[in-house]
Design a protein around this ligand. Sequence first.
Ligand SMILES: NC(=O)C1=CN([C@@H]2O[C@H](COP(=O)(O)OP(=O)(O)OC[C@H]3O[C@@H](n4cnc5c(N)ncnc54)[C@H](OP(=O)(O)O)[C@@H]3O)[C@@H](O)[C@H]2O)C=CC1
Ligand SMILES: O=C(O)[C@@H]1CCC=N1
Length: 269
Amino acid sequence: MTQTVAVLGTGKIGEALLSGMIRGGWPASKLLVTARRTERAEELRTRYGVEAVSNAEAAKRADTLILTVKPQDMAKLLDELAPHVPADRLVISGAAGVPTAFFEERLAPGTPVVRVMTNTPALVDEAMSVISAGSHATAAHLAHTEEIFGSVGKTLRVPESQQDAATALSGSGPAYFYFLVEAMTDAGILLGLPRAQAHDLIVQAAIGAAVMLRDSGEHPVKLREAVTSPAGTTINAIVELEKHGVRAALIAALEAARDRSRELASGNS
Ligand SMILES: NC(=O)C1=CN([C@@H]2O[C@H](COP(=O)(O)OP(=O)(O)OC[C@H]3O[C@@H](n4cnc5c(N)ncnc54)[C@H](OP(=O)(O)O)[C@@H]3O)[C@@H](O)[C@H]2O)C=CC1
Ligand SMILES: O=C(O)[C@@H]1CCC=N1
């Protein structure tokens, strides 16, 4: 029998996951959601046909609780939940930075906790969800977590010590590509193209490059070399990227994201 899963704090990520589970055939009758505002609860009820309940009721009724509030809201949510969560419930956190120990300290001794960092391409079933076990989570808990997050894309298990890095690369990752598309579309404007056309050209280049990266089995350097003709156009662009330190900027940017994930560890910063 399908277990009941509750999404607590159903915002952007919670809703992306919920919608994917429903697309994947999860019965709406086995899903519960919670929201802070009544109009948001009503919206989720209408849109997905799921029951919206209080956090305490979700804790009592669901076998698995997926907490998708902001890291800064997690301590308050746990204060509210802790008295109602029996120790046999699986608690999955989707929050950046917050370690499994933070949950274990606030819930009944022995409560299994799994930490997951997913990303917004969950909305189109192309997420990467990076999964780590807390100290009481078993292989069965990890497999159940993979079943849930597998409905919105790929999953990968990593030791929890790698979660801050995974958050910098994968959780935040889509934002970097949107940023590049935005900047390159501006370049298209500078070169005299209409904005819509510049956007379409860059998005298709991104999709083509992404599929080749995923499916060709070739190293990115090889793929770039195949585009870069001797005394051609591409090398002129690459020289400018290197001159402006884009490689170093990306490395520093991801390091800064990793550091911020570490800072969020206390859940209240
Ligand atoms: N956005 C992203 O790309 C990613 C986000 N994450 C993580 O996912 C989590 C959620 O992020 P995101 O979806 O962007 O944020 P949102 O603000 O969209 O979602 C959080 C939701 O939780 C609700 N909420 C807060 N406190 C409570 C409470 N006590 N009870 C019930 N509901 C509550 C908020 O209500 P209200 O609407 O009233 O504010 C909001 O709707 C974060 O921890 C983030 O680190 C992980 C991967 C990627
Ligand atoms: O920016 C953030 O904090 C969240 C976590 C990863 C992506 N978005």
